[in-house]
Write a protein that binds this ligand. Structure first.
Ligand code: PRP
Length: 181
């Protein structure tokens, strides 16, 4: 195991099984439709890549990148769009794909931003949820795992840009991030 990791919270096999089930459920719900999956950069890329490959309905992808000010002290709710969608989502069935929902502020903002462009439908798929950290209510249509408030990295999730490549979702050792959060 990586020396900065305290323990594995969700092992790769458990993640794969859950992603497979999410894919089955989403494919059934969208039968006869075409999905536009919108990944929120950068954390969602690993999850999205796996989810895509278990979907059996037609799917296109696009990406949006956001930056939340004041994240270091706790999300302020002010979200800045760093990269918007490449193509119009008007009339499309959009599935917003997130790696983690924490305070809910990013998702809340993104939902409003996307809804203003009048998609045919908008649903949210998130791999992880930390409900104890929620500041604004948000609805997650497809959820992988609800987790406790621990500092997790891996499977796309980072600390200071690192650890996204770890195949499992892991709890980071406290001494690695103390003082830097
Ligand atoms: C994470 C995650 C969500 C957001 C959730 O992104 O991907 O977008 O934070 O937090 P919230 O519910 O408190 O708003 P992050 O800012 O870490 O960027 P990254 O995906 O590039 O790692």
């Amino acid at each position: 195991m990586h020396p900065d990791i305290e323990r594995v919270l969700l092992a790769r096999e458990e993640i794969q099984e859950r992603v497979r089930l999410l894919g089955t459920q989403i494919s059934a719900d969208y039968k006869g439709k075409e999905i536009l999956a919108v990944g929120v950069l950068k954390g969602s890329v690993v999850f999205l890549a796996d989810l895509l490959r278990v979907l059996t309905v037609p799917v296109e992808i696009d990406f949006i990148a956001v930056s939340s000010y004041g994240k270091a002290s706790a999300s302020s709710g002010v979200v800045r769009i760093l990269k918007d969608l490449d193509r119009s989502i008007t009339g499309r069935d959009v599935l917003l794909v997130e790696d983690i929902v924490d305070t809910g502020l990013t998702l809340n903002y993104l939902k409003e931003h996307l809804l203003s462009q009048q998609p045919a439908g908008l649903r949210v798929c998130a791999l992880l949820d930390k409900p104890s950290r929620r500041r604004v209510p948000v609805e997650i249509d497809y959820l992988g795992f609800s987790i406790p408030d621990e500092f997790v990295v891996g499977y796309g999730l980072d600390y200071a840009g690192r650890y996204r490549n770890l195949p499992d979702i892991c709890v980071l050792r406290r001494e690695v991030y103390e003082g830097g959060r």
